[in-house]
Structure formats: C-alpha cells, structure tokens
Design a protein around this ligand. Structure first.
Ligand code: F6P
Length: 556
C-alpha cells in the first residue's frame, strides 16, 4: 500500500483539536444532566452494558471521532486484518488471533491458506492430551498421575494465561473441574520465582509446559533448563519425555531442546505473543487445569466479540467506541494514562495483561510507514481491583492528576456471600463502590457544597474535589469463561482501533530488542569475570562501577 498521510494532518484531527476548546468549557456535572446524551452513550450488547456518559465528550464529539475513524480508514484496516493481509508490515505477517477462536466451519485465510483447520487440529490435540493427563491415562515416569502443571514462559507467553487462570479459579464450574489440580506459572528468571514455583511440588506428579513462541527467549530457556534438571535429577533423564511438553512456533528448537515433537503444540507466526492466549499458549495449560470444554467457552466468548467487532456499525461497536475514546483522551485531552479498575478480585491479573497488550502494541514513535510522529501514541496502563485500589492510588485520581478510568464490574458474583444481619451482601458492598466512584470523579465536590455542609474554611481547599474526571463503566452479566473471553477480545480490539487510528503498527515490538542485546553483552562479561577473572571492560563508568560492585560478592 502507498504510504498514508499522518492522521494529524487530516481535517477531522484538526477539527477535534479545535473542539477541545468547546469541551474545556463544559463540566461533567452539566453534561450528566443531558439525559438524551447519557442515553445515547449507553450501549448494550449480549447482556453487557457500556456506559461512557462520564467521558468528557458530547454527542458531536462522537460524530467527530467517527469522522476521524473514517479518515484513518478504520473500516478498511479492520477488513485487511480479518482477510489475513500482512498488516504487520515490519515483520511481513498477517495478524490473525481471531482465527484462534473461530468456529470450526469458518474460513480465514493467511497467504492463500485457510488456517482454521490447522487451529482446530491443535485444539483437538490439546483436548485429547489434556483429557489423558487429567484422567490419569497419561502418567509420569513412575506411573503416577500428573496433577500439577508448571507453565514456563514470559511476556505474552505468561500474562494472558495467568489472567485467564486467575479469573477462572473462582468460577464455580471451572473450580469444580479443577479439583485436586494445580497450575503454576514460572516467568521470571529470578531464582526466587523458580524456588516459589517448585516449592511443595513433587517431580513425579508434575508436568512442565514450556511456552515460547520463538523458543529463544533467554529467561524462558534458562528456566526450562532448570526445570529439566529438576525433573531429570529426581527421576532420570528419560523422564523428561513424560514430564515436559512444549508450545511453540519453532518446532526445530523444541526438538533440539529434547522435547518429543509429538508432545509439542504448535502455533503460527501470524499470532503475536501478546495476542496468543487463545492459542496453545493459553489453551494447553488452561485445559490441563480446567478441561477443554471450559476453555472452549472462553474461546467462544472471544469469538463472539470478533464477530461483533467485524459486523457492528461503529456507533454501537464496543471496541470501536472504546478505542476512539482512548484516542480522544490521549491525543486531544492530553491524558497520558488509563486506570483499569475491575471491581472483581477474579480480574486481578487483567490490568497486568492489558499493560502488555496495550503498551507493547501502541507505544510507538513512528507511523506504520516509518515517519516520525509529531504526537504521542499509546497510554500508560495500570490498575488494581476495586476496592483495594481505592485505599491505594485513588487519592491521586480524585484530587491529583486526571486519569481516565475503566470501571469493570459484574452483575452476578462468582462467589455470592451474604452474612445474616449485614445491610448488603459482599458483592453489593463491592458494587456500591463500583457505582459510586465514577460519580465522585465526575461531579466532585465544590467549595459551595462544603460551605453548606459547615466545613471549616481552612479545610475547604483540602476537601474540594474539582470533578470533571472522565471514566467509563463496563457492566458484565457475570464472570464465567465465556464473559472472560469477551472481555479479553474487547480490549484486544480496542487496542487495535487505537493503533489503526494513530496510523502505527500495533503488532510489532522492536522496542524490546535493544535491552536484550545489551543484556547479552553483560551476561558475557559476567561469565568471563566469574570463570576467568577477566576485568570488567568496554562499559561506561556507571555500568562498570556497578558491575564491579556486583562481582565483589562470590557467586556460590
Ligand atoms: O518481551 C518481548 C517478547 O517478544 C514479547 O512480545 C513476547 O510475548 C515475549 O517476549 C516472550 O516471547 P516468546 O514467547 O518467544 O518466549
């Protein structure tokens, strides 16, 4: 495709820049009085409700954002993604995580080949393998059933599966099906993470799943070797075949490592690491823990949103609305961060996962054609479940910096608890905060109100809340495997919408390379100093001094 103009040079972008002056004259207190506006900013889909009336936007703002989407060729870019074009141009790859959860009878093409049968070939293999492990027909080297799984992987080969596992753990149906089993994740090369993850496990009853798209990631490979040693020193080297399996696109390196190709679960280069939770990366460990039928429901939820994203008009399309609002907040209102605040302990690993999906995807400095961007892209994502976050960083959000917030809640709790004599159930207590916080942010509290409440003069500045702080609320019907899949796909596509609008490549990650190269030089130096006593050289003063200090302590 011919290079495209930068989005900031288009009329809709300039119009939105102008429009900010209008919005700056409004306050959410007033915008919230416009019932027609609020009604239009509430979208319902499949039992979910998205309420974005507390965004600093009017209905004409939305019209302007949809015009921006048109100028960015959003429709065409979505079509190109779904039709398997190589939209990840710097790596010359399709971007087809949607194929990972497509129904069996769907056809999705990459390089002229329908990839859905390949996807289902692997899913069927996972279904079969996980069933054999769970039922005890696949046993370890000493004949014992494998009831514990350690998944070794990092980044996209860890964060997504951990999020889904944490979310499913307390779902009654999933929990029931996981009885007597454990799933652990070993990600960090820090020996402490190794110690924590093998603590209390017996090699005889443990299956290790090495998860790495490239099978070259230093941390994962070192941890995989550590786990191989843990197995073989306890059970003998022949036990590795029964106790270690792999998920990778690099089948040659997996075999070289010593894992039987028959016990390897493939995926493809058209799946980005951070978009891989619906591939064997997530499906294998999760199926071992919960059984494939539960994981299939999660895939169905994600697939449902893929269809919604593809076919729903933009003004009712959840990922499109969310993505455009993010662009509005970042590029026009100038808010660089976003807080992800699930009122659900089960979603405690959602923000860490979205951090990678969002920040690795959209933290870019050049357009997809390599032109330096005169505006910043991406947002700083962080978050904690409510109400815990309220007792941590909300002070800053209420009276310090303005940070657009995503409030996520569920109508039905996974674990309803009602104590006799209490005013409300635990879930109602939790959700009271989910409903109250967005209004506190939007309305604030004025000095006049405080005066009226007889607050002493000297405390009025301290107790004033300026309000006008944007948020949106996403209310899910419940938090089962299906809804968790939907939530994942909403955010994945939202992030794509942002990147498509900014005109960047959201699917490469060159920014993580430089640090890896420098670490290789340091590793080499540490090895030479430790084994041959060679002095530290070729680093700057600062790094040399720190390395010398580090090497003073004996490595034993
Ligand atoms: O940190 C960079 C990265 O390449 C991520 O994009 C990826 O998810 C992670 O490393 C792990 O890579 P792999 O699955 O190849 O081990």
């Amino acid at each position: 495709m011919a290079p495209t103009a930068l989005i900031c040079d288009t009329e809709p972008w300039k119009d939105l820049k102008e429009h900010v002056n209008q919005i700056n004259k409004t306050h959410l207190r007033d915008l919230m009085n416009d019932v027609e506006r609020c009604q239009s900013m509430m979208v319902e889909y499949d039992g979910m409700v998205l309420d974005y009336s507390r965004q600093r936007a009017r209905l004409d703002t939305m019209d302007k954002l949809f015009k921006l989407a048109e100028a960015a060729h959003l429709r065409q870019k979505i079509d190109r993604m779904y039709s398997g074009e190589h939209i990840n141009s710097t790596e010359n790859r399709s971007v087809l995580h949607i194929a990972l959860r497509a129904p069996r009878d769907k056809a999705i093409y990459s390089d002229g080949k329908n990839v859905v049968p390949d996807v289902w070939h692997v899913l069927d293999k996972i279904n079969d393998f996980s069933e054999r492990v769970r039922s005890g027909s696949w046993v370890g080297a000493t004949g014992k059933a494998l009831k514990d799984v350690v998944a070794v992987g990092i980044g996209g080969s860890f964060l997504g599966p951990l999020f889904v596992h944490t979310a499913l753990q307390t779902d009654p149906e999933a929990a029931d099906s996981a009885k007597g089993r454990q799933l652990r994740f070993l990600a960090n090369v820090d020996p402490v993470d190794v110690a924590r993850n093998i603590s209390g496990l017996n090699p005889e009853t443990t299956l290790v799943v090495v998860v790495s798209k490239t099978f070259t990631t230093d941390e994962t490979m070192l941890n995989a070797r550590t786990m191989r040693e843990w197995i073989s020193s306890a059970l003998g080297p022949q036990a590795v075949a029964k106790h270690m399996v792999a998920v990778s696109t690099n089948l040659t390196l997996v075999e070289k490592f010593g894992i039987d190709p028959a016990n390897t679960f493939a995926f493809w280069d058209w799946v980005g690491g951070r978009y891989s939770v619906c591939s064997a990366v997530g499906v294998l460990p999760l199926s071992l823990q919960y059984g494939f039928p539960i994981v299939e429901k999660f895939l169905n939820g994600a697939s449902n949103i893929d269809e919604h994203f593809y076919s729903t008009p933009f003004d009712k399309n959840l990922p499109v609305i969310l993505g455009l609002l993010s662009v509005w907040n970042v590029s026009f209102l100038g808010y660089p961060a976003r807080a992800i605040l699930p009122y659900s302990q089960a979603l405690e690993k959602f923000a860490p996962h979205i951090q990678q999906v969002s920040m690795e995807s959209n933290g870019k400095g050049v357009s997809i054609d390599g032109i330096p961007l005169p505006f910043e892209t991406g947002e700083i994502d962080f978050g904690e479940p409510g109400t815990n976050g309220q007792h941590s960083f909300y002070q800053l959000i209420h009276q310090g910096r303005v940070i657009p917030c995503d409030f996520i809640g569920a109508i039905k709790s996974q674990q309803p608890v009602y104590l006799k004599g209490e005013l409300v159930s635990n879930h109602d207590e939790l959700m009271s905060n989910f409903f109250a916080q967005p209004d506190a942010l939007a309305y604030g509290k004025s000095p006049e109100q405080l005066l009226h409440d007889n607050v002493p003069d000297h405390l009025i500045p301290h107790k004033t809340f300026s309000g006008n702080r944007p948020s949106l609320s996403l209310l899910l019907p419940s938090l089962n495997a299906y809804n968790i899949g939907q939530l994942l796909a909403i955010y994945e596509h939202r992030i794509a919408v942002e990147g498509f609008t900014w005109g960047i490549n959201s699917f490469d990650q060159w920014g993580v390379e430089l640090g890896k190269v420098l670490a290789t030089q340091v590793r080499k130096q540490l090895h030479l100093s430790r084994t041959k006593g060679e002095p530290v050289q070729s680093f700057n003063f600062s790094t040399t001094s720190l390395l010398k200090k580090f090497l003073e302590v004996c490595f034993c």
